[in-house]
Ligand binder design. Structure first.
Ligand code: IPE
Ligand code: IPE
Ligand code: MG
Length: 252
């Protein structure tokens, strides 16, 4: 594992503390290609990717980014070879079990979003435990999208709202963007300001479709297992140079 330069333990001085994204979402892509380049099986890339995520979480805490969401497994990823899917499910469970104590000590609030009921029961148990144990913590909000699909999330929100209307708890006139957002898995989280995708692919792959409506998107060629503090620094510098207009005209 590469050691990060000491200077990156704190917010680099060329970043403006008052203009940091309040929520960063990452599409952790390129694990398989990283492993392939090294002549290793794909799963080695996933294994290394866990270290990357752990350090990014710490980095967000060290630099003052209050929320991080990571895309760990999409609703489409079930279509991968069975051994890879099995490995990932076991990896998630193992990492959660191993890291929970440290996340408690570091005051992290962990949350899983996605269709969790379709995950292996033993993983569901670890997920439930980690969310329950950390829910009253006051540190960084760490969200892991697992068996997550933006379309699936929107459909389940529609169903939940429709059923409330059917039962007479809501009227059609009550449905607005705010109410809709409150039926998404991410309810209560601010929408991401910055989405980072590693490994060069310029697509969103069904990630947070509603929530990223006005997010800034940063794509780097770096493969996820190689994404480190210095890469994150570059992404934040780039983010702070963006002119976020939100559909309005420039305000200068
Ligand atoms: C991302 O890396 C991790 C998951 C989707 C679980 P990939 O496994 O997609 O790596 P590539 O894209 O094949 O290199
Ligand atoms: C997106 O990566 C999903 C995750 C990072 C979990 P994929 O590798 O699955 O996306 P595609 O297939 O390149 O669109
Ligand atoms: Mg990929």
């Amino acid at each position: 594992m590469t050691v990060n330069p000491i200077s990156l333990l704190q917010l680099p001085p060329d970043l403006d503390r008052d203009r940091l994204p309040q929520h960063v979402a990452v599409i952790m892509d390129g694990n398989g290609r990283w492993a392939k380049q090294k002549g290793k099986p794909r799963i080695m890339g996933h294994q290394k990717g866990v270290d990357t995520l752990k350090d990014l979480l710490r980095c967000c805490r060290d630099w003052g980014v209050p929320a991080l969401t990571a895309y760990a497994f999409s609703t489409e990823n079930w279509g991968r070879p069975l051994e890879e899917v099995d490995f990932l499910m076991t990896l998630f469970e193992r990492v959660l079990r191993r890291e929970l104590k440290e996340m408690m000590a570091e005051n992290v609030v962990i949350r899983f979003v996605g269709n969790l009921a379709a995950l292996p029961p033993s993983l569901q148990q670890e997920i439930a435990r980690s969310m329950a144990d950390t829910q009253n913590n006051s540190g960084i909000q760490f969200t892991v999208a697992t068996n997550y699909g933006g379309r699936q999330e929107i459909v389940q929100a529609c169903k939940a709202i429709a059923s409330k209307v059917e039962q007479g708890y809501l009227r059609v006139e009550d449905i607005n963007e705010n109410l809709f957002e409150n039926h998404l898995y991410t309810q209560g989280l601010v929408n991401p300001d910055l989405v980072i995708r590693t490994s060069g692919e310029m697509r969103v792959s069904n990630f947070l479709l509603w929530q990223i409506a006005y997010a800034e998107i940063y794509v780097t060629e770096t493969l996820w297992p190689d994404f480190n503090r210095s890469e994150f620094h570059k992404a934040l510098i780039n983010y702070q140079q963006r002119d976020r207009r939100f559909g309005k005209v420039k305000n200068k």
